[in-house]
Design a binder for this molecule. Structure first.
Ligand SMILES: C[S@@+](CC[C@H](N)C(=O)[O-])C[C@H]1O[C@@H](n2cnc3c(N)ncnc32)[C@H](O)[C@@H]1O
Length: 200
């Protein structure tokens, strides 16, 4: 699959246009940096079972998608999910041959079932959880955890100082949290968190 090496000017323009329309749904005015994409990919691939598939929530203009592919994830093992129709169409043009799903991350189990997507090894999320109301965060995180195997990881970045998943929800969903370093070169600076579903 021919890939542009980095986020393009066109990507930035499309992203900004969608932010002007849906600031809360986008959460940021600009796509994630290459450094943040690399950190997300590293965290997701670390615990991925052999042959495992990664589902990417909120793919946007594809900065994390691109990082996952550049880190060696085969395209047939990556399923980006995007809610916004314009961004979904933009992704389809940027990543021909990739299996892209359009839908709501909060309905992930049904969305994967409808499209016949088999077992998932890890979920990577670029969703702006910090900007979302608590019930929406709970619905999305619960849906993501529902498709993970025991020991599987949900990787999420945040601009905030604390875990993007509240402690009470972590307890209820039996998730162990590991905080990565802050990526200062991203605007705004971001922290990558890995949440692992307890095996027992
Ligand atoms: C902060 S942007 C991140 C884009 C890209 N992953 C990046 O890091 O540059 C958040 C993306 O999540 C998408 N999104 C928001 N709510 C969603 C939902 N419920 N289901 C799927 N995608 C959603 C937005 O349309 C947007 O593309």
């Amino acid at each position: 699959m021919p890939l542009t090496p980095a986020t393009t000017t066109r990507d930035r323009a499309v992203f900004l246009k969608r932010w002007l329309r849906r600031p809360l749904g986008m959460g940021s005015v600009t796509p994630s940096s290459r450094a943040l994409g690399r950190a997300m990919a590293r965290a997701a691939l670390q615990l991925l079972p052999d042959g495992g598939t990664i589902v990417e929530l909120g793919a946007g203009t594809g900065s994390i998608t691109r990082a996952l592919l550049a880190a060696g994830l085969p395209p047939e093992r990556l399923i980006p999910v995007e809610l916004d129709p314009e961004l979904h169409a933009h992704l389809a043009r940027s990543f021909p041959g990739l299996r892209l799903l359009r839908g709501d991350a909060a309905a992930l189990p049904d969305l994967l079932a409808v499209h016949g997507v088999g077992p998932v090894g890890a979920v990577v999320s670029g969703l702006p959880l910090l900007a979302m109301p608590a019930p929406v965060v709970e619905a999305i995180v619960t849906a993501a955890v529902a498709v993970l195997p025991p020991g599987g990881a949900l990787v999420q970045f945040t601009y905030g100082p604390a875990s993007p998943i509240p402690p009470e929800l972590l307890r209820r969903l039996r998730l162990d949290a590991i905080r990565g370093p802050r990526i200062w070169s991203n605007l705004p600076p971001a922290v990558v968190w890995r949440f692992t579903r307890r095996a027992n």
